[in-house]
Write a new protein. Structure first.
Length: 80
């Protein structure tokens, strides 16, 4: 996902949402987690192109557990 965000696009997004481009880079690469409210604001401002999960890679599942998709277990085949 984050590989689709080129440096040029990242600079455009940073300017649009009012954050420093390097801070956005650090969050997108998992070096830092963004403030949850800020991540939500950027997700809305970019119409989902940049998601909360992309900006809060280490903590998003604990902050927004409703976004965690349940893992489906494969049914075991009955052997006779």
């Amino acid at each position: 996902m984050t590989s689709q965000i080129t440096p040029e696009v990242r600079r455009e997004i940073a300017a649009k949402v009012g954050v420093h481009e390097q801070y956005l880079y650090q969050c997108l690469t998992g070096r830092r987690d963004m403030n949850p409210a800020e991540a939500r604001r950027i997700e809305t401002a970019t119409a989902g192109r940049v998601t909360r999960q992309m900006l809060c890679q280490k903590t998003w599942a604990g902050i927004w557990p409703e976004l965690v998709k349940p893992v489906r277990k494969a049914k075991a085949k009955a052997t006779a």
